[in-house]
Design a protein. Structure first.
Length: 252
């Protein structure tokens, strides 16, 4: 058995990423956008966006609404560029709004991270993932977070089946009317203190479903959110780095 494992290792090499904060992703990946100061027809640009993620005054892109279709960058390549920066998770919703001329990285606000998150979850974080009418795209990427490449289990971060054994919930999907009740039930079953993480455009804003009578986002309005992980779907590195930044211990 050991001999077979060694043969597999020799053939495939080490698949895991030693430092998840340093990989460079290839160009097709769309991460943090940058908006130049070039003058264009802003009304035409705003009209391109299917989810109203682009707005004027100043010109900005809301990553919590952006579905990463890339139509804006295709039409105005000198105005909008999607970088390969995958560290785009934050605990402040407004930091997902990228304004014209703003080329800074997206970060978490350390002052808004609850003290109990550092004291209790720094070494071990167990999460219950809830697909609230998701498309399975975000869910597939979350599953990949535990594979040999990203291996978030080495940091003590794991998905569990029972909310009673978890420290918080991870929500994907726009939250349909039929899932609003089960979502609240699952949240109530998690022992306090507990955290809430929204993963993907649908979970953060409703995505292409925002405004639909088929969804019920009252849960989001009633509870504070600890982490927003944008993307459609988010890359596993976005989720892993975001969670690590949330729970890592700071020096006093």
């Amino acid at each position: 058995m050991l001999f077979e494992d060694v043969k597999v290792l020799i053939r495939l090499g080490k698949q895991f990423i030693p430092d998840v904060s340093k990989p460079q992703l290839p160009g097709p990946f769309k991460g943090r956008p940058e908006i130049s100061l070039e003058k264009i027809d802003e009304d035409a640009l705003v009209a391109l966006c299917p989810t109203n993620a682009i707005s004027k005054g100043p010109l900005s892109i809301d990553m919590g609404k952006c579905v990463m279709c890339g139509e804006c960058s295709f039409a105005y390549p000198n105005k909008i560029k999607f970088t390969t920066d995958y560290k785009i998770a934050t605990n402040v919703r407004d930091r997902l709004i990228i304004k014209e001329g703003d080329f800074n990285a997206i970060t978490l606000d350390e002052n808004k991270i609850r003290a109990e998150i550092h004291s209790l979850f720094g070494r071990s974080l167990k999460l219950r993932e809830i697909s609230a009418a998701g498309s399975n795209a975000d869910e597939a990427e979350l599953n990949a977070c535990g594979n040999p490449n990203f291996d978030m289990g080495r940091f003590g971060i794991e998905f569990l089946a029972s909310p009673r054994h978890c420290d918080g919930i991870v929500i994907t999907g726009p939250i349909s009317e039929n899932m609003a009740g089960p979502l609240q039930t699952c949240y109530d079953a998690v022992p306090s203190p507990k955290i809430i993480i929204l993963v993907g455009t649908d979970a953060i804003s409703g995505g292409i479903f925002q405004g639909s009578g088929a969804i019920n986002r009252s849960f989001i309005d009633q509870h504070p959110i600890d982490l927003f992980v944008p993307g459609n779907p988010p890359h596993p590195l976005t989720f892993v780095n975001g969670v690590l930044e949330l729970i890592r211990k700071r020096k006093p």
